[in-house]
Design a binder for this molecule. Structure first.
Ligand SMILES: Nc1ncnc2c1ncn2[C@@H]1O[C@H](COP(=O)(O)OP(=O)(O)O)[C@@H](O)[C@H]1O
Ligand SMILES: [Mg+2]
Length: 332
């Protein structure tokens, strides 16, 4: 079946632009309200993030809770505006693009499908909603497209008539995936898409995401605190600490020869996750860094086992490693 959707795919003239996603100096701050001590302080959730994701690749984004991963994701989806910097999708800046137009190119898959699925709508309505909003195809074509999509994500035909509450967690995430992909976006932002699922279901959903990526030629920005997931999926990976990318490179590079002491700690801790928390204990003390009062110099220096006096003086730049990667550390 050929619908108008196909026409939204990238025309050949732009094939030379290799990046599905490019971030240039992207920053987001929040001004804090609340308690007297913090009121009016500026929280740097994301700071000067520059990143390029080639078409068809999976860029993993890792880092501890609170380091700015979701804020970054929301900026790419047009849900939060940057305080500085630029987001380009397929070479085009998204600033000024209406949410509805942007939704044809980039779609999210979030951690908790239940909260994002209308409990009073049947699965067919939920998955078909984007087609109706964009006025794509006749009702009959829309229904066919929905049925095809449900089949592609591995849901039985009868799921179309069910409500989210009648489905398992894994099935609900399949519905969310079907809805995200029905418009055939080029770019999908996955924010911890399997973190709320049973371990036995996680692998099925991850493999589904990989199959769909191949089938549709998708590009993923894949956010996870789980390095095993990232190792399974990612072509490249970026490590964030207190709003900044501190290391970036190919999966092989980073897993075999991490340069940044924080990356090394993360990798070491992946072997001994703290049960229950879902967040690895990186073994560097539980001092939670405060993004409204980041340490001077290298923000990681108070927890760094290798820190030298200079590390608290000057912030290290994210420099090329010589290979195909970047690292921000005075000692790397
Ligand atoms: N709307 C907001 N107002 C104030 N602070 C926020 C807001 N959203 C996120 N933050 C803060 O920004 C930082 C990064 O949060 P987030 O992007 O959710 O991190 P992550 O997804 O890596 O856990 C945290 O300190 C968080 O408290
Ligand atoms: Mg988050």
């Amino acid at each position: 079946m050929t619908l108008a959707i196909e026409a939204t795919q990238t025309p050949p003239a732009e094939a030379a632009q290799p990046f599905a996603l490019e971030l240039r100096g992207l920053s987001r701050t929040f001004t804090l309200g609340g308690g007297l001590l913090r009121r009016g302080r500026t929280l740097h959730a994301v700071s000067e993030v520059s990143l390029r994701v080639p078409r068809g690749q999976v860029m993993g984004l890792v880092g501890e809770s609170g380091c700015g991963k979701s804020t970054l994701a929301k900026m790419l989806l047009g849900l939060t505006s940057p305080t500085a910097g630029e987001v380009l999708i397929d070479g085009r800046p998204i600033v000024g693009t209406a949410q509805k137009a942007l939704a044809r190119h980039v779609q999210p898959i979030f951690q908790d499908p239940y909260s994002s699925l209308n409990p009073r709508q049947r699965v067919a309505q939920i998955v078909g909603l984007p087609l109706r909003i964009h006025g794509i195809g006749s009702p009959r074509e829309q229904a066919a497209r929905v049925a095809e999509m449900l089949d592609l994500v591995g849901l039985p035909g009868r799921a179309a008539r069910q409500y989210p509450g009648q489905l398992s967690g894994g099935q609900r995430q399949r519905v969310a995936i079907a809805r995200a992909l029905i418009m055939r976006p080029a770019l999908v932002i996955c924010d911890e898409p399997t973190s709320a699922l049973d371990v036995s279901v996680q692998a099925q959903i991850l493999n589904l995401l990989l199959d769909l990526k191949e089938a549709f030629g998708l590009t993923y920005l894949f956010i996870s605190h789980d390095l095993a997931v990232i190792e399974h999926l990612a072509d490249r990976l970026a490590v964030m600490y207190l709003g900044r990318i501190i290391e970036e490179g190919t999966r092989e590079q980073i897993f075999s020869a991490p340069r940044h002491p924080y990356t090394r700690a993360l990798l070491a801790s992946a072997l001994t996750p703290e049960p229950g928390l879902g967040v690895p204990d990186i073994g560097l003390g539980s001092v939670q860094p405060d993004p409204s009062a980041p340490p001077p110099g290298c923000a990681f220096h108070p927890r760094c086992p290798l820190a030298e006096p200079g590390c608290s003086q000057q912030r290290p730049l994210l420099n090329d490693t010589g290979g195909d990667g970047r690292v921000a550390c005075h000692l790397a």
